[in-house]
Design a protein around this ligand. Structure first.
Ligand SMILES: C[S@@+](CC[C@H](N)C(=O)[O-])C[C@H]1O[C@@H](n2cnc3c(N)ncnc32)[C@H](O)[C@@H]1O
Length: 277
């Protein structure tokens, strides 16, 4: 993209028309993203260790009732949840398409953890799991057909009576993402580029499809303008219930958070647990 193309860009950006999501699976990007997963300074790509421990306590006590389980972690990133669960005696299988995250997960894996580098939309899921996790709102960043395929594959991967735990962005959180004003920042080198750059960001809420599309334009000296986009689907409780039911799940329950508790600040995420019918 050059400056003229930037000025003539489509307004508003259409959902999923300019790319699915930020390039988690691109090797150099995934190396830079790994630093964001592992830092204890913020909760952006993965939560900090102290928060993950609280989530694991709730999963262990409330979802698993302290019984040893075989667990599938979809979009596992660097395996931070799998590693904690494995320490409690569970066996875990994480799948992610970020090469740097999976390399890190394998390098640091306890014996009872395995990982697959693969795209959740296309890779075969192994079977026989008691619990499938899909954490931190990434489920929302799939278009409807892919979201359905992933749920169907997760359902088939569970043993009878096995459960899926989805952590989704709330409808209001997605609405807010889509309605943020355009903004920008400069960086001497960061997530989108290792070189000094300017990042221009704009967001679009699509009322008909209930989606937020974020566009990122990366400008650096002597390079074409790089262009990324990510679309997030908002689900009402009724919509996600219908989708889960159509994919063979029942006994659907809603929870305030991965600690099971509501927090005083407005919530960005909520949790759904459902059983293989
Ligand atoms: C927000 S991060 C969360 C990582 C991890 N669940 C956690 O909470 O620490 C989302 C993860 O989903 C992965 N992801 C996104 N789309 C994917 C796809 N199509 N196939 C496999 N992994 C995907 C990304 O690579 C990233 O590691």
């Amino acid at each position: 993209m050059n400056l003229t193309q930037l000025i003539q860009r489509n307004l508003p950006a259409q959902p999923w028309a300019e790319g699915e999501k930020i390039p988690w699976n691109e090797p150099a990007f995934s190396q830079r993203m790994l630093k964001e997963h592992l830092t204890q300074e913020h909760d952006a790509a993965s939560r900090r260790a102290i928060t993950i421990k609280k989530h694991i306590r709730w999963i262990q006590n409330f979802i698993l009732a302290r019984k040893t389980a075989h667990i599938l972690d979809l979009g596992c990133g660097p395996g931070l949840y799998c590693a904690e669960l494995a320490r409690l005696g569970h066996t875990c299988h994480g799948i992610d398409f970020s090469p740097a995250s999976i390399e890190y997960a394998i390098k640091t894996a306890p014996a009872n953890c395995v990982y697959t580098l693969g795209d959740l939309r296309t890779v075969d899921f192994p079977t026989g799991f008691d619990l499938a996790l899909f954490i931190f709102g990434e489920f929302n960043v799939f278009q409807a057909a892919h979201a359905k395929t992933i749920l169907q594959k997760a359902q088939a991967a569970l043993r009878p009576g096995g459960k899926i735990l989805l952590e989704l962005s709330t409808f209001d959180a997605v609405d807010q993402i889509g309605n943020q004003p355009a903004s920008w920042y400069t960086s001497p080198g960061g997530l989108f580029s290792p070189n000094p750059h300017l990042c221009l960001m704009e967001s679009f809420w699509d009322e008909d499809q209930s989606t937020a599309t974020e566009r990122y334009l990366i400008l650096e000296e002597n390079s074409p303008i790089a262009h990324y986009a990510s679309t997030t689907q908002a689900y009402s409780p009724e919509e996600i219930t219908r989708l889960l039911t159509s994919c063979g799940f029942e006994k659907i329950s809603f929870h305030d958070s991965l600690t099971g508790q509501a927090t005083p600040s407005p919530e960005d995420f909520f949790v759904i647990v459902a059983e293989k019918a």
